[in-house]
Design a protein around this ligand. Structure first.
Ligand code: ADP
Ligand code: MG
Length: 263
């Protein structure tokens, strides 16, 4: 496998959240509309340092919009989003820097097609973090090693499998040394046999203490890596619970109905 995972899937998620990390992502009374559509309805969510939060819910519920708002890819209408105590500026160099604190991995791998895997991983650190090329390449190779594709460093994205491309995208995000990683359905565009190699990398990151917000319907991942599941539907956070409670004992009919469809 791609390394990173030390324990087996039966190991319980570490109790990091209970140890009380500082609030790293704070979403406060956030509202957003797309024209008439009220897509985020007074969202409140705190993710503490070292915590892994899985966001789950029906399509169209606002999960991607929430992720994109946290990263300021989408402006919000009202409320506040703080990353490590700071509100992201609206634009400019400061935004690029602060945005780099929030790594984002999408469903589609979003690698630069005309750059090698190594170049994809070093680009941000060189351009945004102003790191030297040598140092950037050294760090990039360590990260590619970590996600199990160091041998693909000189290839172009199209020469890699979907699972390898997604692992490259994770390495590219990690190269910016983000404080928090957002994953928006990172395995839903993958062929089934490649899902686990990506989830294994993510589980490893979780175990190493990375703060993560993960939109996914992968229950196995939620159970082994997450401290909290947030169920989102119709622009609202309907339910928040531990994975164990949520999957066996959902409180709301909305959540029960959703679970009956995916289980
Ligand atoms: P999810 O990720 O939970 O499936 P999204 O955040 O993608 O939900 O979408 C929430 C709602 O907002 C959907 O009804 C979607 O059609 C709508 N939406 C998303 N992006 C845009 C956009 N750029 N312009 C207009 N409507 C959008
Ligand atoms: Mg989505």
């Amino acid at each position: 496998g791609p390394g990173l995972t030390e324990g087996g899937p039966e190991d319980p998620a570490p109790e990091r959240a209970a140890e009380g990390g500082r609030p790293l992502v704070v979403v406060e009374n956030v509202n957003k509309h797309f024209g008439e559509l009220h897509v985020l309805k007074d969202i409140n969510l705190t993710v503490n340092s070292g915590e892994v939060v899985v966001v789950i819910g029906p399509s169209g519920g606002g999960k991607s919009t929430l992720c994109r708002s946290i990263n300021r890819l989408e402006p919000i209408d009202s409320g506040k989003i703080l990353v490590d105590g700071k509100e992201l500026p609206k634009e400019g160099k400061e935004l690029a820097k602060l945005r780099a604190d929030v790594g984002m991995v999408f469903q589609s791998f979003n690698l630069f097609a005309h750059k090698t895997i190594l170049e994809n991983v070093t680009l941000g650190p060189i351009k945004v973090r102003k790191q030297g090329r040598q140092e950037s390449e050294k760090h990039a190779m360590e990260l590619l090693e970590r996600v199990g594709i160091a041998d693909q460093a000189q290839k172009y994205p199209a020469q890699l499998s979907g699972g390898q491309q997604q692992r490259a995208a994770i390495a590219r995000s990690l190269a910016m040394r983000p404080k928090v990683m957002l994953f928006d359905e990172p395995t839903s565009a993958l062929d089934p046999e490649m899902v686990n190699e990506v989830l294994d990398v993510m589980t490893g990151l979780a175990r190493e203490g990375m703060t993560m917000i993960v939109v996914t319907h992968e229950m196995g991942f939620a159970r082994r890596a997450a401290q909290k599941v947030v169920f989102m539907a119709d622009g609202q956070i309907v339910e928040e619970n531990t994975p164990e409670e949520f999957f066996t004992n959902a409180r709301t009919d909305r959540a029960k109905d959703f679970l009956s469809k995916i289980l």
